[in-house]
Design a protein around this ligand. Structure first.
Ligand SMILES: C[S@@+](CC[C@H](N)C(=O)[O-])C[C@H]1O[C@@H](n2cnc3c(N)ncnc32)[C@H](O)[C@@H]1O
Length: 214
C-alpha cells in the first residue's frame, strides 16, 4: 500500500504527536493489531480542530468501526451536543459499544446499527457536521443522502479521497482498480458540487472538506 506523503515527511509530522489520552492510545493499538481502518492521527487532529472551531450541535458519522473518531469528536462537543454514528458490522458495533462505555461519553453518543443507506432515510432532523468514512462503493449514495441531511452552512468531512495515492496515480494495482474508480468518480462530483464549497487536503489519506453554501 502506498502513502500520500513521502516517508520522511510522514515521520516528521508524526514526531509531533503528543497524544496522552490512554483510551485513544489503546484504541489506536487495537486498530493497528487487528487491522481495523481508523482515521489517521493527523486527519483526526484536523477533525478535532474543526469541531472545536465550528462547534456543531448535531454530528453524523457514517462508518463507526470501533468508535475511535466517534469518541474523539464527542470529547470535543459542547454540553448538549450529540454525535450519531452508523455501523453495519456486528463485531465492530460490539467493540464500539464497549469503547463508548469506557470513554464515559455515552450521553453524547448515539450508536445506530445497520446499513447507512437504510438507516439514513429514517433520520429526519438535519446535522451541522457530517463525517463520511464508509465503504468506498457506498460513498456516492451516502454522500447524496448526506447532502439532504446537511444544514445550510454545515460542514462535510470525507476520508480517503487520495486513496493511498492511487486516486492520482497512473499505475493502480489490480486489487485497487475498482475502489480507485469509485474514489475518482466521487471526487469529480464532490469537488464540483453546486451546493458545496470544497477542497481536497493532502492530509492522512486525503481529506475532502466542504461547506454547504446553498
Ligand atoms: C474506515 S472504517 C470507520 C473508521 C472510523 N470512522 C474511525 O476513523 O475511527 C469504516 C467502517 O464503516 C463500516 N461501513 C462501511 N460501509 C457501511 C455502510 N454502508 N453502513 C454502515 N457501516 C458501514 C465498516 O464496517 C467499517 O467499520
Amino acid at each position: 500500500m502506498k502513502d500520500v506523503l513521502y516517508r520522511e515527511q510522514k515521520e516528521y509530522l508524526e514526531s509531533f504527536n503528543n497524544e496522552t489520552n490512554k483510551l485513544l492510545l489503546e484504541m489506536e493499538e487495537f486498530a493497528d493489531k487487528n487491522i481495523v481502518p481508523i482515521l489517521s492521527r493527523d486527519s483526526a487532529k484536523l477533525m478535532e480542530l474543526l469541531v472545536q472551531m465550528y462547534k456543531p450541535e448535531r454530528v453524523l458519522e457514517l462508518g463507526t468501526a470501533i468508535a475511535y473518531t466517534t469518541i474523539r469528536i464527542a470529547g470535543n462537543l459542547k454540553k448538549g451536543s450529540k454525535i450519531h454514528t452508523i455501523e453495519f458490522s456486528e463485531d465492530n458495533e460490539k467493540l464500539a459499544k464497549a469503547y463508548v462505555k469506557k470513554s464515559g461519553l455515552s450521553k453524547k453518543i448515539r450508536l445506530l446499527f445497520g446499513d447507512a443507506k437504510e438507516v439514513m432515510p429514517g433520520l429526519k432532523k438535519k446535522y451541522d457536521f457530517i463525517f463520511l468514512d464508509a465503504d468506498k462503493e457506498d460513498y456516492l449514495a451516502l454522500f447524496e443522502m448526506a447532502m439532504k441531511l446537511l444544514k445550510k452552512n454545515g460542514v462535510i468531512f470525507v476520508d480517503n479521497l487520495l486513496w493511498h495515492g492511487y486516486a492520482a496515480s497512473k499505475e493502480v494495482p489490480e486489487k485497487y482498480k475498482t475502489s480507485t474508480k469509485y474514489i475518482r468518480d466521487f471526487n469529480k462530483i464532490f469537488m464540483n458540487h453546486p451546493q458545496l464549497n470544497t477542497t481536497l487536503l493532502p492530509v492522512g489519506d486525503g481529506i475532502g472538506l466542504g461547506i454547504k453554501i446553498k
